[in-house]
Design a protein around this ligand. Structure first.
Ligand SMILES: Nc1ncnc2c1ncn2[C@@H]1O[C@H](COP(=O)(O)OP(=O)(O)OP(=O)(O)O)[C@@H](O)[C@H]1O
Ligand SMILES: [Mg+2]
Length: 252
């Protein structure tokens, strides 16, 4: 049995919404093991991004607890939170917007390293190595985000996430803005990282075919709650709930 890297228990998020409160995430628990990929699927608005944002502290959680390698990070702040970001990184849907337009890709990739005390020279070297690792020429370090294609920019965003050698990558619709061929290439890169570097993934994706190709386990979310959980094969070929059936049918 491999080690649990990330554990979430009873996550809950209530957003104020006019006079009524909106329960966006309701009692969601899961465990992610080293080298595993846990998919999160569910219709638009089912709470997928909110879960990712609570784990990474981009959104406060209403209730729940999160452990990273046995450490309770639920209330991590300041220095402790910066340490969390050395272990958990996120890759988002819109790679170009995720970079500062005035910064070269190399500087963007190196930022996390500069923050933990790497010299400018070391950072530059490492950024080039990471670009190559992610399938881009090292010279792209001096390009700006708008000077590369969206797929290339997503590779650079993955390089940036890898810079601090995290254990967990949270991909929130990381391939959704890419065309099908580029999607496949990015998924191939993520698979390599999973197999060669033992990275663990929370893979948020509305495309069940991609989830099937990449995930070991899937959580199906419906209105903030876990509807069912299983292997991609179970979820896609033997769904227990009508909601899951309709999700599967929607993409066929
Ligand atoms: N900052 C916010 N303030 C108020 N409500 C929010 C906020 N962020 C999200 N919500 C609401 O919480 C619910 C869950 O949103 P969330 O973004 O997590 O869904 P999602 O599953 O990621 O959807 P999508 O597939 O469209 O990305 C939605 O009803 C959304 O409107
Ligand atoms: Mg979302």
């Amino acid at each position: 049995m491999s080690e649990t890297i990330l554990k979430a228990e009873h996550l809950k998020k209530v957003f104020p919404s006019g006079r009524k409160a909106l329960l966006a995430v309701d009692d969601v628990s899961f465990a992610l093991k080293r080298g595993q990929c846990l998919g999160i699927v569910g219709e638009s608005g089912s709470g997928k991004s909110t879960i990712a944002r609570m784990i990474t502290h981009l959104t406060d959680m209403t209730e729940g607890r999160v452990w990273l390698m046995g450490r309770d990070i639920t209330r991590a702040r300041g220095k402790e939170l910066r340490k969390v970001y050395q272990d958990i990184q996120m890759v988002f849907q819109m790679p170009v917007e995720s970079f500062d337009p005035r910064q070269t890709l190399g500087d963007g990739i190196g930022e996390g390293l500069r923050n933990i005390g790497y010299s400018r020279r070391e950072t530059g070297e490492r950024a080039k190595e990471l670009l190559v690792r992610c399938g881009l020429p090292p010279e792209y370090a001096s390009r700006y985000p708008h000077q590369v294609s969206v797929g290339q920019c997503q590779r650079a965003a993955i390089a940036r996430a890898l810079a601090v050698t995290p254990s967990v990558l949270i991909c929130d619709e990381a391939t959704s803005a890419l065309d099908v061929t580029v999607q496949k290439q990015i998924l191939e890169l993520l698979r390599e990282l999973k197999e060669q570097e033992g990275l663990s993934f929370l893979f948020i994706c509305h495309d069940l075919a991609l989830v099937q190709a990449f995930c070991d386990e899937v959580l199906v979310l419906c209105q903030g709650r876990v509807m069912e959980q299983g292997t991609p094969d179970e979820i896609i070929h033997h769904p227990k709930k009508d909601y899951t059936k309709s999700l599967v049918e929607a993409v066929l």
